[in-house]
Design a protein around this ligand. Sequence first.
Ligand code: RFL
Ligand code: PHB
Length: 389
Amino acid sequence: MKTQVAIIGGGPSGLLLSQLLHTRGIDSVVLERKTKDYVLGRIRAGVLEQGLVRLMEEAGCAERLHAEGFAHDGTLISFGDETFRIDFTEHTGTPVVVYGQTEVTRDLYEAREKAGGKIEFNVEDVVIQGADSDTPHVYYTVGGEARRLDCDFVAGCDGFHGVSRQTIPLDVRREYEKVYPFGWLGVLSETPPVTHELIYANSSRGFALCSMRNESLSRYYIQCSLSDKPEDWTDEAFWQEFKRRIPADQAGKLVTGPTIEKSIAPLRSFVTEPMRWGRLFLCGDAAHIVPPTGAKGLNTAASDVHYLYNGLCDFYENNSVAGIDSYSEKALKRVWKAERFSWWFSSLMHRYPDQSEFDLKMQAAEIEFLRSNKAAQQAMAENYVGLPY
Ligand code: RFL
Ligand code: PHB
């Protein structure tokens, strides 16, 4: 089989890239390790920057997002008994959109299927060869049958545990990592959200987040120990702990119910450099991970897709390599800013096992500065709604 762009991974990065390329007549094949249902069963991001919304529009996939997504003009931050609000629209003129990653992915799958796009599911043993030549190709198996895909370029959109990053030789690749000493236990529950905006809560018992998917579906998280397992947490234990971490007035009106999903994610900051090796380009979680505080993961994947898509269009339409040659540099410049914001916001909102009295005072002083200083709020708002591409 032959295509112009072989895309490894059928998560949001791979599908968005494939659909955008399709709008410009550039052919791609997506190779996904799991089934479509499995990919859609992963409950992840919920907050979209305008940059991603615009890409979904350009991909012709934003109809449902516009009809069902919720524009959020601000967010609440609570510290102990005090709650304050950061107004995104006042500071930046831009809201964020609350619309689940599951729905973004569903819309992209639908568009790809409608356009007759080629997606292979259940692929195994993916090996990328010749990425440092003009004739890259991908070997893989489906149902035990070996296949080969020849292409002009390979887009590695296969997430943190994928094979694309590992294809880049160790003497070329440089990795930067910080592992946090806690995780997030997240639940999805068919109950109305406790507030109409998100609440990021720093309590003496640890971090908590109130988020949502729609008027009758809430997404809540608490900071937990890395050794915890989701099955250690009964629904009752979760709600009890959650209520103790969010502001008392919100806890009083929280509607609880059976959870329909419960999972734990470890928190990590990670970047690999460069994001390009020959004709192989890394996008999204394959190249970088942020802790979820600040909701930057999917949005940073989207800015990578934007740069790569434009670079590939430049190559096919204008016979120019300028866009693909500057891809890694441009993408990384924005990635590091998202890494900084996510690291800063995580440091501000969590309780660390080794935090000293001094560290706690610094955290309190930083939160007070954010509460009382317009310039600090402006900086937070600009980062939260998304820095320009
Ligand atoms: P994905 O979503 O991991 O998709 C990669 C796909 O590649 C497939 N794959 C392979 N396919 C073929 N061959 C192989 N060898 C393969 N290896 C892997 C996988 O099956 C998968 O389908 O990466 P992608 O597309 O780059 O998307 C990144 C986002 O998923 C991620 O950044 C976000 O979910 C992060 N994130 C959030 N981001 C936000 O912008 N806003 C949020 O509010 C937000 N909340 C979150 C989050 C992530 C979370 N978890 C669980 C990590 C909340 C949580 C709890
Ligand atoms: C979510 O709704 O899943 C969510 C929202 C905000 C975050 C992280 C996750 O910072």
